[in-house]
Design a protein around this ligand. Structure first.
Ligand code: HEM
Length: 331
């Protein structure tokens, strides 16, 4: 507990509203842009060779960057991509296909309840960089280039866990990091007893890191959190539902491996206001901030009273999150 709290001050260290650029040598746009003039169609396998192969964090980053630079230079000419703002790309593949089952099966082999929280957090740290205004960031697997950022401290462990599954899946049908993380997060929720969430496939990985400072800082008040989520296309209700992800993990909201509505029940009790030092450690400042806001409080009360409603709203918000800013493979 103590160590998690001390690391909090380091997490999400850049203001959400900031638009500073990452200190990397990349000079290309954050995403390959659809080439309107391209008439060349590649099979999905071919695209995945270009896309997911180079984002393996197991290989040296300088090598991967060199290969990324080459690929990013040629990719827009070769691959027609479907950009996405908000909804599903035209070529997204529905959940439940053979590919989807293969990914789920391999993820289940490496995902224990104890690893679920880290994997679910990975989803937010990949997708949560999305900005509607300029359509940058989002669910594009770029997290594999961003693991050294303070806000992503500890997530390398979750990537390592998924890397094992990726290697296995890639031998049969290459999978993008973005698809893998999206499916793995849904499996993390399910393995802890939460709702079953269908996830579409076909996301294409970015070759470059997203802009830094797009994730919300934990010190934001409710108004700052609402604005930050609004810029990503999420309502206050969705902010409250998605924050319920903190019900698993080490923040002290009931069992760390049970995905339930304990988060909201505990928020209403405000244990961090009590004298005991253990109770004061429960939740993040951003969690505490939600209860102080009337609009958020209304949703917190609803979800505390009705777990099914929380599950349904979380499911829908999660589906939206993993489609945020996604570019879809052309089939
Ligand atoms: C509302 C804004 C949010 C802020 C400021 C925030 C910040 C944080 C911070 C600082 C931690 C602690 C990390 C650590 O212990 O090292 C954390 C944990 C976590 N976050 Fe968030 N988060 C937010 C929203 C979300 C969302 C939307 C999701 C997923 C849908 C999510 C999933 C998680 C999970 C599962 C953990 C527990 C990780 C673990 O214990 O291993 N968070 N978050």
């Amino acid at each position: 507990m103590t160590s998690t709290f001390s690391s909090h001050s380091l997490l999400c260290s850049t203001a959400c509203s900031s638009s500073s650029y990452p200190s990397t040598e990349f000079k290309f746009p954050a995403k390959p842009i659809r080439s309107s003039s391209s008439t060349v169609q590649f099979s999905s396998d071919k695209i995945d060779e270009h896309v997911s192969g180079i984002t393996d964090p197991g290989i040296s980053f300088s090598t991967s960057r060199r290969r990324a630079l080459i690929s990013i230079a040629i990719l827009p000419c070769l691959v027609p991509l479907s950009p996405n703002i908000g909804g599903l790309g035209a070529n997204a593949m529905e959940s439940g296909t053979k590919d989807h089952l293969l990914i789920k099966e391999e993820v289940r082999k490496v995902l224990s309840k104890g690893k679920a929280a880290g994997v679910l957090r990975l989803v937010f740290h990949d997708a949560g960089t999305f900005e509607m205004s300029d359509n940058t960031g989002g669910m594009n697997g770029s997290i594999v280039f961003e693991l050294e950022r303070q806000e992503n401290a500890g997530l390398n462990k979750s990537i390592k866990v998924l890397e094992k599954a990726k290697k296995e899946i890639d031998t049969t049908q290459p999978v993008s990091w973005a698809d893998l993380i999206a499916v793995a997060g849904a499996e993390a929720v399910a393995v802890c007893g939460g709702p079953k969430i269908p996830v579409s496939l076909g996301r294409v990985d970015s070759m470059v890191p997203d802009l830094e400072g797009k994730l919300p800082r934990e010190s934001l008040n409710a108004s700052g959190l609402k604005k930050c989520f609004q810029r990503k296309g999420f309502s206050t209700q969705e902010l409250v539902a998605l924050s319920g992800a903190h019900t698993i993990g080490s923040k002290g909201f009931g069992s760390p491996t049970s995905f339930d509505n304990a988060y909201y029940k505990v928020l209403l009790e405000k244990p961090w206001m009590s004298g005991s030092s253990m109770s004061r450690m429960i939740g993040l400042p951003s969690d505490h901030a939600l209860v102080e806001d009337d609009e958020c409080l209304r949703w917190i009360k609803k979800y505390a009273d009705n777990e099914n409603m929380f599950f349904e709203d979380f499911k829908n918000a999660y589906m939206k999150l993993v489609n945020s800013g996604a570019r879809w493979r052309s089939l």
